[in-house]
Design a protein around this ligand. Structure first.
Ligand code: 5GP
Ligand code: MG
Ligand code: MG
Length: 183
C-alpha cells in the first residue's frame, strides 16, 4: 500500500519543496539578521505547518524560538467559516519580539486574518507571515504574506504536513487527491 497512489497528480516534488524552503530560509535570514538580538519567534500553526516549520527553521541561520498554536475553524467539511477558536495557545510571551507565523496554506485567508489580529494585540515588535502555499481561492481575504512558498490551484491539497481526514501528512511531495478518495 502506497499513500502516493491516492494522488491524482503531484504539484511539487520533494526536491522542489526542499529548494523552495531553502530559498525562504535564506530570505528570512537576510531580512532578520539585524533583528535577532531582539528575539525572533517562529510560530507554527498546528498541525498542517509542523513539517514545513521544522524544515524552514533549519534553513534560517539565526537564533530563534519555536512556538506552537492550534486553532480550529468551525465550518462544514473542507470549507472554513471564519469563526476561529484557539485550541492551544503559545507557551511564551511574544511581547517585543519579531514574530513569523508559519502556515501551511492560505485558502479563504480567514484563519490568518484572525491569527494576525490576535497576535498583534500581544504587542510583538513585528509580525509577518510565511505560508508554504497560497491557493487561488476566489474572494480570498486580503492577508499580507511577506513570504510565500508556492501558488497552487483551487483544489484540495495534501502532503508535506497537509492532511485529508488526518492522513497523508507524511507524504513527502505536495499533490491533489484522487476524487474517489472523498467518496
Ligand atoms: P483558510 O480558509 O482560513 O485560509 O484556511 C484554513 C485552513 O484550512 C488552512 O490552514 C488549512 O489547514 C486548511 N486548508 C485549506 N485548504 C486546504 C487544502 O487544500 N488542503 C488541506 N489539507 N487543508 C486545507
Ligand atoms: Mg493550517
Ligand atoms: Mg486539516
Amino acid at each position: 500500500m502506497n499513500l502516493e497512489d491516492d494522488l491524482a497528480y503531484e504539484l511539487f516534488s520533494e526536491m522542489e519543496i526542499a529548494e523552495r524552503v531553502a530559498a525562504l530560509g535564506e530570505a528570512i535570514t537576510k531580512d532578520y539578521a539585524d533583528k535577532a538580538d531582539e528575539g525572533i519567534v517562529l510560530i507554527c500553526v498546528l498541525r498542517g505547518a509542523a513539517i514545513f516549520m521544522g524544515d524552514l527553521a533549519r534553513q534560517i541561520k539565526l537564533p530563534l524560538e519555536m512556538d506552537y498554536m492550534a486553532v480550529s475553524s468551525y465550518g462544514n467539511g473542507t470549507k472554513s467559516s471564519g469563526v476561529v477558536r484557539i485550541l492551544k495557545d503559545l507557551s511564551s510571551s511574544i511581547e517585543g519580539k519579531h514574530v513569523i507565523i508559519a502556515e501551511d496554506i492560505l485558502d479563504s485567508g480567514l484563519t490568518l486574518k484572525f491569527l494576525i489580529k490576535s497576535l498583534k494585540a500581544r504587542k510583538p515588535a513585528s509580525i509577518e507571515v510565511c505560508t508554504l502555499l497560497r491557493k487561488d481561492t476566489p474572494n480570498q481575504a486580503d492577508v499580507n504574506c511577506r513570504y510565500i512558498g508556492f501558488e497552487c490551484p483551487n483544489e484540495f491539497i495534501v502532503g508535506y504536513g497537509l492532511d485529508y481526514a488526518e492522513r497523508y501528512r507524511n507524504v513527502s511531495c505536495i499533490g491533489v487527491l484522487k476524487p474517489e478518495i472523498y467518496s
